[in-house]
Design a protein around this ligand. Sequence first.
Ligand SMILES: [Zn+2]
Length: 312
Amino acid sequence: MTAATPLQFGIDLGGTKTEIIVMSASGDTLLRQRNATPAHHYDAIVANIVSLVQQAQQQLPGDYTLGLGIPGAISPTTGLVKNANTTCLIGRDLQRDLEQALAQPLVIANDADCFALSEATDGAAAGKASVFAVIIGTGCGGGWVINGQLINGPNAIAGEWGHNPLLWRDDQDAQTDCYCGQRGCLETLLSGPGMRQQAYLETAIDQSSEQWFTQYQQQNPIAQQVFQRYHRRLAKALAGIINILDPHAIVLGGGVSNLDSIYQQVPQLWQEFVFSDSVSTPLLKAKHGDSSGVRGAAWLGAGAAHGYNTLS
Ligand SMILES: [Zn+2]
């Protein structure tokens, strides 16, 4: 007689919300709950995660695996959190603290990595041998999955394309300071706030990326020009990925992924920059939308229990 397959618990720790999901082995959602992240207090963040897991366990008792997506990464040299925009996490041993509190092993990954794993496992790129997935929202993150295996890398930064500079830069592409200390990072051009700033420099109109988006859908001619340039920058950025990795699919998530024109225009525009006579790379919209991060965390924990889905 074999033991029952453990339930798959996943948690997405965001800057404003913390979400838990419990999935069956086949990916069916059995429970989902979210609450506000106590973002400025480390001990409260840990207590909140412990409470979410314990409540879920009371409703669905039994063995479980646990994965956690965070807005940052675990430093392979120290084991502590780094690169987190929820800054009270930085320098903390989140893995040890949660494992001790829960008496349960868990796996932690960057939230964009969890997104990539979700879309590669049973999302838009299910069945593709290799998947590069990007989230463009307030930031510009990415993740890289080969044969269902999340690639982490010796520095835990695989997929962090947002802090590369724009390739094949035109004069109109501004080079502004990035919080990371560099200038002209993709994040300063492609993220929501970056797009707003760039559009302001081009048009002297200061409005949110959502407002630009609405005007674009209303065929406003200035917004159309803004998005023409945006499409071209995104095409250059993704062409750089294709030239290095040649992934079997690229998946887009975050607010920008709702822009339907991206999926027609960007693959036409990147032809000029990819070093190939033709480019057949599919550019796909995320299937699980906002749920991808938490689903990927659950897959991550379950896969790690079998020892197969991260590669440092
Ligand atoms: Zn940067």
